[in-house]
Design a protein around this ligand. Sequence first.
Ligand SMILES: Nc1ncnc2c1ncn2[C@@H]1O[C@H](COP(=O)(O)OP(=O)(O)OP(=O)(O)O)[C@@H](O)[C@H]1O
Ligand SMILES: [Mg+2]
Length: 259
Amino acid sequence: MKISVCGKGGSGKSTVVTLLANEALKRGYQVIVVDSDESNTGLFRMLDFDRPPVPLMELVGGKKGLKQKMAQTNVLSEPQLKISQIPQEHLLQRDGLMLVSIGKILQSLEGCACPMGVLSREFLKKLVLQENELVIVDMEAGVEHFGRGVDTSIDSVLIVVEPPLESVNVGQKIHELASGMGIKNVWAVLNKVPSEEIAAGLKTELQERNIEVVGCIYLDNDIFASSLDGKIPVNGIAVQEIKEVMDSILSGTGMPTPR
Ligand SMILES: Nc1ncnc2c1ncn2[C@@H]1O[C@H](COP(=O)(O)OP(=O)(O)OP(=O)(O)O)[C@@H](O)[C@H]1O
Ligand SMILES: [Mg+2]
């Protein structure tokens, strides 16, 4: 399964990616998190690594003439790529968890992020998975990645929606774009919900837009407080709440339990 976690900026995508990754690890999956956000740099910390991986953009040799350079880069020139073929410095690993980063915008006037989109799309397309391997993509905020075709090889999209209406509206657009390109599974998870009443209201808003809701993560002071250190608590309430989300995702995709 290749699942991308999408949503409006700041809705909680990276938090949900981390919670999902940790839950999938507990269930025995090999988890490959793909950092496809060209702006934020702290995902490695949330996932409890002590440094970020060297971005794949550096493996290719930079953004200029990307397609040509990709064709000349051994591991990326083939139509298929196994996890084991990714060079070590570009693939951080601990206890069945792996982290790959596409690339970051580092300097002013370096040009737009479109090449990151191309690399992300091609990398995800080429990546072939074993039965027990699961890819979770931390997508850039908003909807531009659909325009760039980053989601072409994605089979499931999880939209993170928080209470502001604007977050619901971006969620609706993501749902439309993902469904429109034939992605089979498109769900929403509610996040930063302050009360049961608001959870019910938010759920209704989404259901009226024909968006299936697979769970709810309540507003959690500990998550917010830990974010000052760039971390996520490993045993808070959200760790329980994400289990329901994972159950729905796994049953929706029919992904087998690891042996
Ligand atoms: N359930 C929650 N309860 C409290 N705070 C939360 C919750 N989920 C996320 N947050 C906080 O919201 C902020 C944004 O979260 P996060 O970085 O995961 O969002 P994001 O969608 O990945 O943002 P970006 O669009 O910048 O990548 C962080 O400070 C995080 O700790
Ligand atoms: Mg993020």
